[in-house]
Design a protein around this ligand. Structure first.
Ligand code: ZN
Length: 148
């Protein structure tokens, strides 16, 4: 178990040091800004959604703690190529995992499970979920979202 935990931490460190899909996205169809005043995390999430409702491209920029940056980076890898509906299902599944609540439906979280340990640190939960709330806001057409 501790080996697994080390591996998870290594993935989080890696995504923080070298965030994937970082930067502004030209031609974005959806965009939202998210803030977590408790920690000072802020990010802007961009989506480029095709006519078939699939996320063709996704990117984020901003600054925040290691957990928020790694979570946003993992989010972009997880939702690229998915439909908005699938992305929302991932959001619900991820939220249930982090809040340690039963998921309403089975969701295959894949690599996102590296963040499961965050549920043991309630103060960091909002860091881990910020990018997901921002994704949800972007899909809903809201321009800004705050965790408070
Ligand atoms: Zn944070």
């Amino acid at each position: 178990m501790s080996d697994l935990r080390d591996l998870y931490q290594e993935v989080i460190f890696d995504h923080n040091r070298n965030p994937r899909n970082f930067g502004r996205l030209e031609g974005a169809t959806h965009r939202a800004e998210g803030f977590n005043p408790l920690c000072g995390d802020q990010l802007t999430l961009y989506l480029k959604v095709g006519e078939d409702g699939r996320i063709e491209d996704v990117a984020f920029e901003g600054k925040g703690c290691a957990i928020s940056t790694a979570s946003a980076s993992l989010l972009t890898e997880s939702v690229k190529g998915r439909t908005l509906e699938e992305a929302e299902r991932l959001f619900r599944g991820f939220h249930a995992m982090i809040m340690d609540e039963p998921a309403g439906e089975p969701v295959e979280l894949g690599k996102l499970e590296v963040l499961a340990g965050v549920k043991e640190f309630p103060a960091r939960v909002k860091c881990a979920t910020l990018a997901w709330h921002t994704l949800h806001a972007a899909i809903e057409g809201q321009e800004q979202v705050s965790t408070e």
